[in-house]
Design a protein around this ligand. Structure first.
Ligand code: ZN
Length: 182
């Protein structure tokens, strides 16, 4: 089999997947300019500290909430909806595969678990956006509302989850055009 035919098959495969992925995003998405900040799971971003004063801070392997109505309670590390917070991953059938074609063999052969895309975790005001609402944040990717935050109030505020504090700081505070899928 010649190389041209193979590359054509790979290309068609990607295009079909991309169209399917776009259709899956649903009809009539809304866009809105939103103020987006970011956070990670660290004590600084999520208001927790190691050890309790009751145990003279010797139980440093336990984490406790430091602020808000639940201050002093053990910190679970889970989101307000009870899920594990995640960072988005583009997956094989994504615009990222077309922009960075060298990632295609990586997503298929080297690290097959990168084949499937994954939505990130977004914190929003759930009076406006219910848990499970899917959004696209430019510069971040697709995410699902799974969390809430003390400072995240109103329809124009979002907080996006990153695995590292460094990445969260790099994002900072941005005003971007967010797409909200119904
Ligand atoms: Zn952090």
């Amino acid at each position: 089999m010649d190389r041209r035919r193979l590359s054509r098959i790979v290309f068609l495969f990607l295009i079909t997947g991309l169209i399917l992925a776009l259709c899956a995003c649903g009809a009539k998405p809304q866009t809105r300019i939103m103020e987006v900040t970011s956070y990670c799971g660290c004590g600084q971003c999520c208001d927790w500290e190691r050890g309790s004063w009751k145990c003279l801070k010797l139980d440093f392997w336990n984490r406790y909430i430091t602020k808000g109505p639940k201050a002093g309670a053990p910190y679970s590390g889970l989101t307000a909806s009870g899920t594990k917070p995640r960072e988005p991953r583009p997956g094989l059938f994504s615009v990222d595969s077309l922009v960075h074609p060298w990632m295609i063999p990586v997503r298929i052969v080297l690290f097959p678990w990168l084949f499937l895309s994954q939505d990130g975790t977004i914190a929003a005001d759930t009076r406006y956006y219910a848990f499970g609402t899917r959004m696209y944040v430019p510069g971040y990717g697709c995410g699902v509302v799974e969390d809430r935050g003390g400072a995240i109030k109103g329809p124009n505020r979002l907080d996006i989850f990153y695995k590292s504090h460094h990445e969260a700081l790099q994002w900072g505070r941005r005003k971007v055009k967010v797409t909200i899928y119904p």
